[in-house]
Design a protein around this ligand. Structure first.
Ligand code: S3P
Length: 172
């Protein structure tokens, strides 16, 4: 079984993905870490030296590699993965177990204000400009995220509760 978690930066895809993989006895793959291992460098460094387009090409390449493999896993995508090229179509074709971890812009701003550093798209922003940026960015990205098979409203859920919710949806 392939399970895919998607959502904006800071939506807890990695934390939840690890817990879910453990619960379902599956391996966990974080797409950013997978790219970093394969490319032997960090996402931050790729953005700084080669630029975003180069990163998006690599992201699509490794996404395809994983989706076409026979492997079962819980995969946490990068925040932008579903929003470039035909990635969301490829994802939807590969599995029906796609979950959008949805937060409102205010919660995302709170979650990201101390975690901008490793994220090249927001690391240059002042905290007071973050919410406005996230609002616009999420507005652009939501049409892709909303193509997920399941939408989990995360704002008032603990990790345990969201885990339970996803597990119930997987079993139904
Ligand atoms: C990005 C999100 C990041 C990483 C890269 C670009 C994005 O992943 O892939 O910095 O475009 O939203 P996280 O969602 O894990 O922060």
């Amino acid at each position: 079984m392939k399970i895919i978690l998607l959502g904006y930066m800071g939506s807890g895809k990695t934390t939840l993905g690890k817990a879910l993989a453990k619960k379902k006895n599956l391996s966990f793959i974080d797409l950013d870490s997978y790219i970093e291992d394969k490319e032997n460098t960090s996402v931050k460094e790729i953005f700084a030296t080669k630029g975003e387009i180069y990163f998006r090409k690599k992201e699509t390449f490794y996404l395809n590699e994983l989706l076409l493999s026979e492997k079962d896993f819980v995969l946490a995508l990068g925040g932008g993965t579903p929003c470039f090229g035909n990635n969301m179509d490829l994802i939807s074709k590969a599995t029906e177990n796609t979950f959008y971890l949805k937060y409102n812009p205010k919660s995302l701003t709170e979650r990201l204000s101390a975690e901008k550093e490793a994220r090249p798209l927001i690391s240059h922003l002042k905290n007071e400009d973050l919410e406005e940026f996230i609002r616009k960015h999420l507005f652009e990205r939501n049409p892709y995220y909303l193509q997920a098979n399941h939408i989990i409203s995360m704002d008032n859920l603990s990790v345990e509760e969201s885990l339970e919710k996803i597990d119930n949806l997987l079993s139904s």
